[in-house]
Design a protein around this ligand. Structure first.
Ligand code: SAH
Ligand code: SF4
Length: 394
């Protein structure tokens, strides 16, 4: 490909602070109030008002400096700055695809490099695909992230940081007089999908806190019905996900029988399809207006026959469902190929006849390796490429 539009900007500061002050921009409202009082920066009688002022500056205006808070006295600004930070996470790489997809590599701590991707034209206006872990423990055989060992769970602040970086890059901060509300026509970032690196249900407490902040009406205000959490099927956590977040649910199904799903999604050996389906049926709040999305990656000669399409329809009977057919995104060394377009169309036609509409997800951002399942931390890729170079040199 020769027509790539790559805008790479590298910005590495010479040194990072050794001990980081707590970042108020990654806290829930309750944590923010506690932090302000416990540090003796704000007295309890005033904390509600102060927390609310700070919240609006951070989550509506996107300010990164206490000095910009014009309704906060200089004295209080100085006290806040001495104890806390509201700095944005460091973007170490930024890429823009010719189709408008944007990818950021963010570093939040030494060795913690997080990828997130903005995809225009998905959901109401555009979706941000966020990561919940660096690496993953689950080793799905078609997934690039699955080849990288888990480094660690991300904190809520690190999940929120991905949204803040995207909003900033998209020029999406509002003003206190004119905040961008949910459903605002000017918004580019309308939806959040937890489909980046990692298994969100193995990090539910942080995912739930992050959703609480992102969905807050007086802040970033992306409503819970526009936030989707994708899971490979951690059945025991489904109920808690629904109850604590009221987020939309997506299930990475990929196969209609246990033999094949055991192979593709090894977690299936622990929670087989029948158990998974029972868990989904019990998911709080599902209805025809709030359908469960089933993701199905199209793997040539593996799971893409018409018989499997019919089996899928049968399996989903009685569940308010949407189906997302994902063309397999190959990555260097992957053992699978993507199904041919005509096979995908035949598969989709069977689903359409059963009443499921527009199920093929068009590949986006392929030129910047931004598509699903391709996120893997850059440091890991560099290590792998250094290893390969060493091997060829020997
Ligand atoms: N761990 C969660 C969320 C992250 S993966 C999960 O598995 O659901 C997000 C989606 O990308 C999942 O549906 C996953 O199956 C899919 N995916 C992973 N690798 C892929 C690849 N190479 N091509 C297409 N989709 C892929
Ligand atoms: Fe992990 Fe999801 Fe990739 Fe499976 S598909 S290895 S659960 S990130």
């Amino acid at each position: 490909m020769t027509s790539l539009t790559l805008d790479l900007s590298h910005a590495r500061p010479a040194s990072a602070p050794v001990v980081a002050s707590p970042n108020l921009a990654g806290m829930t409202r309750a944590e923010l109030a506690t932090a302000l009082v416990e540090s003796n920066v704000v007295e309890s009688a005033k904390v509600k008002m102060r927390a609310s002022q700070l919240w609006r500056w951070m989550h509506i205006d996107g300010v990164t400096d206490f000095a910009a808070m014009t309704n906060v006295s200089k004295e209080l600004q100085a006290k806040l700055a001495a104890r806390f930070t509201i700095a944005r996470a460091e973007v170490i790489e930024r890429q823009v695809s010719k189709d408008g997809t944007r990818k950021w590599l963010i570093r939040t701590a030494p060795g913690i490099e997080i990828e997130s991707v903005y995809i225009p034209g998905v959901g109401r206006a555009g979706a941000l695909c966020v990561s919940s872990q660096v690496g993953c423990t689950l080793n799905c055989t078609f997934c690039h992230t699955g080849t990288q060992a888990l480094v660690r769970n991300l904190t809520a602040a690190e999940i929120i940081a991905q949204v803040q970086v995207a909003k900033n890059d998209l020029g999406e901060w509002g003003t206190p007089n004119r905040p961008l509300g949910d459903g605002d026509g000017e918004r580019m970032l309308s939806n959040i999908v937890f489909m980046g690196m990692g298994e969100p249900l193995y990090n539910l407490p942080s995912v739930a806190k992050a959703i609480e902040v992102i969905a807050d009406n007086e802040g970033i205000a992306i409503s819970r019905r526009r936030i989707t959490v994708s899971t490979s099927g951690v059945v025991p956590e489904l109920q808690a996900l629904g109850e604590t977040t009221q987020a939309m649910l997506a299930i990475s199904l990929h196969a209609t029988h246990d033999d094949l799903r055991n192979e593709l999604v090894p977690l299936n050996r622990k929670y087989p399809i029948a158990e998974l389906m029972d868990g989904i049926r019990a998911y709080p709040g599902i209805s025809n207006a709030r359908r469960v999305t089933f993701e199905y990656v199209m793997l040539k000669g593996v799971n893409d026959s018409p018989a499997e399409a019919r089996a899928l329809v049968k399996l989903l009977e009685g569940i308010p469902a949407k189906i997302n057919l994902i063309p397999f995104n190959p990555w260097p060394g992957s053992a699978y190929e993507c199904s041919s377009w005509s096979t995908i169309e035949t598969f989709a036609a069977i689903l359409n006849r059963a009443g499921y509409s527009s199920p093929i997800r068009t590949p986006r951002g392929r030129d910047i390796l931004a598509a699903c399942g391709q996120l893997k931390s850059e440091s890991e890729k560099l290590r792998a490429s250094a290893r390969r170079k060493l091997e060829t040199a020997q």
